[in-house]
Design a protein around this ligand. Structure first.
Ligand SMILES: Cc1ncc(COP(=O)(O)O)c(C=O)c1O
Length: 261
């Protein structure tokens, strides 16, 4: 997010406090980028705007002592989404909405006598109304609680550190590779790369070949108008050998095949 453009937009749209909502991202889907959260939070406070931060991907950095400082400013948001099916190693669904002010959940308040009769509520019987848009839902929190109990915050943080380190390794390998270009150093665990000089059609074909032949599942992203292959490293068991093997598979899928080295 461009902070100067945000400042201009908030100034131009000025209204009563709380009528504007800014949605920032901590971990973009395409490149894993983190918006400048402290600056954005400061602007929101100055302009009386609400701040939501989509930390679906990047929120997992909170678990790591090493990487947590990169989310400075997250605590200044009114609402934050986290998605623990990414850096939390959960099967879907594992999305959470965290609110700073409980009143933000009053929109979910609903009374249905068969579900939360007043006398039952007064007697302390629990129910999920007021906490979720859905009344019929799977107990998604159970697996998260089990994981936290088993690995603890530090255990999960170690996995975060590991996948971030693997992303750095992959970026290094791409950087040194004579036939691949690196988009940028990874912010979290996403690495974008493409065969040097390839057309977008070739990049797309390489990805589909690897997918349909059952060799590798790579994502795709167009951060600068060009098509890039995307590896989002989330498996803590991935080792340096796997990364080299992946790049070799990409080379094999190129129309001209691998280069003898
Ligand atoms: C940045 C970001 N936000 C949110 C989501 C999740 O959205 P949903 O719960 O709609 O799948 C994703 C991907 O799953 C994402 O990458």
């Amino acid at each position: 997010m461009d902070v100067a453009a945000l400042d201009q937009a908030l100034t131009a749209l000025a209204g009563p406090p709380g009528t504007l909502l800014v949605a920032a991202t901590a971990g973009t889907t395409d490149a894993g980028l983190i918006d400048p959260l402290p600056e954005i939070a400061g602007l929101c406070e100055a302009h009386g705007a609400r701040l939501h931060i989509d930390a679906a991907y990047g929120g997992g950095l909170l678990l790591s002592d090493r990487h947590r400082p990169r989310l400075d400013g997250l605590d200044r948001a009114h609402t934050v989404t986290l998605d623990l099916h990414k850096l939390g190693w959960q099967p879907v669904a594992a999305g959470l909405l965290a609110v700073r002010d409980r009143d933000d959940l009053t929109a979910l308040a609903h009374h249905a006598d068969y579900l939360n009769a007043e006398d039952d509520t007064e007697a302390g019987l629990p129910d999920l109304l007021g906490r979720s848009l859905r009344t019929s839902r799977r107990p998604d929190i159970l697996k998260i609680a089990v994981t936290l109990r088993t690995l603890g915050r530090r255990g999960l943080g170690a996995l975060v550190d590991q996948v971030c380190a693997r992303a750095t390794d992959l970026a290094d390998l791409v950087d040194r590779h004579p036939r691949l270009d690196l988009y940028d150093r990874p912010t979290i665990s996403t690495v974008l790369f493409r065969p040097t000089g390839a057309t977008d059609d070739t990049v797309a074909a390489v990805r589909r070949t690897l997918l349909t032949e059952g060799r590798a599942v790579l994502g795709r992203a167009r951060p600068d108008g060009r098509l890039w292959l995307k590896a989002t490293l989330l498996n803590p068991h991935t080792g340096p050998g796997d990364l080299a093997a992946l790049l070799h598979l990409v080379e094999l899928a190129l129309p001209e095949g691998p280069t003898a080295r």
